[in-house]
Design a protein around this ligand. Structure first.
Ligand SMILES: *[C@@H]1O[C@H](CO)[C@@H](O)[C@H](O)[C@H]1NC(C)=O
Ligand SMILES: *[C@@H]1O[C@H](CO)[C@@H](O)[C@H](O)[C@H]1NC(C)=O
Ligand SMILES: *[C@@H]1O[C@H](CO)[C@@H](O)[C@H](O)[C@H]1NC(C)=O
Ligand SMILES: [Zn+2]
Length: 357
């Protein structure tokens, strides 16, 4: 992804502060208040407002985890996996097989495109659903390709081995709890984009190959309306991430994430939940109570955003310092942060989808 229009050395925080792009969100004291109101879901202004997890659901679901599996999934994805290489096929097959083993319906959206430097390439987005016939989906997404870097080994731990491993881990940990989604009208989709990275220089024709192709194709097929919301995970795994609400029409959902983080933290259910506190932000939480209304960050969500799909972008600002350097390897991964974020995202998914109505 790209921090657009900004010289790299400028801290986005300062730029945004100067441009007054950051607005403090109003957080009400009571959890129920943060969850009320009509939400914009899809292009129809339908209101979907599932209740928060009850105390017993919250405690039961918070207990679910498999940290060993998450580490194993990261290890399996954490090899150089540039589009068109043998390692890229290995990672793709690993993702596909892991989900098929959990009884997900997995299909590949394959297509040809041409990239600078490397030429013609065969790309494959991976689309996994629990119910292929559902009317609408909560979509959780990441990109599984790694950046092409001549002469150095680039592993892309945060970019985006960890986010993709989190999605596989979610499917594994929640296997028994998501069973009802195999027949539900509102179900879950996991999307692994191919070709997010630029080969030469980031630009409209050299970047987000998979997302551009898929958004266009689903628009033609009239399928975009079935996306309730696209939640894009990127650059996760490094310590002390700070997230912001980027889009007004999904702010209520962003607030759900923030509320879940608070709820876990109040109960002491997050590990090593301390921060170096060096960043100019609230160091006691990941999900900042602030909106950043910017179009600075280009990523796989853009072709969908342009077609009015509601987006939640879970990407830390500023980016991890190792971004697009050979240091983005396993040594940067903070497993406490990674486990904590994986837990918050699992609870969000359950809260969103397991409404009994
Ligand atoms: C969660 O796990 C803890 C520790 O294993 C256990 O004491 C507790 O009873 C569990 N809670 C629920 C609701 O399953
Ligand atoms: C493929 O992955 C292996 C690790 O499984 C690594 O040793 C090897 O260098 C990679 N090959 C390429 C071409 O990156
Ligand atoms: C990972 O990056 C760190 C920090 O740059 C470096 O010291 C280490 O050698 C790298 N590890 C591997 C396995 O490449
Ligand atoms: Zn990248």
């Amino acid at each position: 992804m790209l921090l657009n229009k900004l010289p790299q050395h400028i801290n986005i925080w300062n730029v945004c502060m100067q441009a007054a792009l950051i607005a403090t969100l109003t957080i009400t004291g009571s959890k129920s208040q943060t969850a009320t109101g009509d939400y914009l879901v899809g292009r129809k202004q339908t209101s979907y407002n599932p209740s928060e997890l009850s105390e017993s659901q919250f405690l039961e679901y918070s207990n679910l985890s498999d940290k060993q599996h998450l580490r194993e999934a990261i290890r399996n994805i954490l090899i150089p996996r540039v589009v068109g290489t043998g390692n890229h096929s290995i990672v793709r097959q690993y993702i596909v097989q892991s989900l098929r083993d959990l009884d997900w319906k997995v299909e590949l959206n394959s297509f040809h495109d041409t990239a600078p430097i490397v030429g013609a390439l065969h790309f494959h987005n991976i689309i996994a659903t629990l119910n292929p016939k559902a009317e609408s989906y909560l979509v959780l997404a990441c990109h599984y390709d790694s950046k092409y870097m001549p002469d150095v080994e680039f592993l892309g731990a945060t970019d985006s081995a960890v986010p993709c491993a989190m999605l596989l881990n979610l499917a594994h940990v929640l296997e028994k709890h998501l069973g009802s989604l195999k027949t539900a009208k509102r179900s879950l989709m996991l999307l692994f984009f191919d070709g997010e990275e630029a080969f030469d220089e980031w630009g409209p024709k050299d970047s987000i190959y998979g997302a551009r192709h898929l958004a266009q194709r689903w628009e033609k097929e009239g399928k975009l309306d079935s996306i309730d919301m696209l939640v894009l995970l990127d650059l996760l795994g490094a310590p002390d991430p700070a997230f912001y609400s980027f889009f007004a029409n999904t702010e209520s959902w962003y607030m759900r994430l923030l509320a879940l983080e608070s709820r876990l933290s109040q109960r002491g259910l997050l590990e090593q939940y301390t921060s170096s506190g060096v960043a100019p932000r609230d160091p006691t939480r990941y999900f900042q109570a602030q909106a950043m209304r910017s179009s600075y960050i280009e990523d796989d969500h853009i072709p969908f955003l342009k077609r009015n799909v509601p987006i939640l972008h879970l990407i830390p600002v500023p980016f991890p310092t190792v971004w697009h350097t050979p240091d983005d390897n396993e040594s940067v991964i903070d497993y406490s942060t990674t486990d904590n974020l994986a837990l918050i995202i699992r609870l969000f998914t359950l809260e969103y989808l397991l409404e009994k109505s």
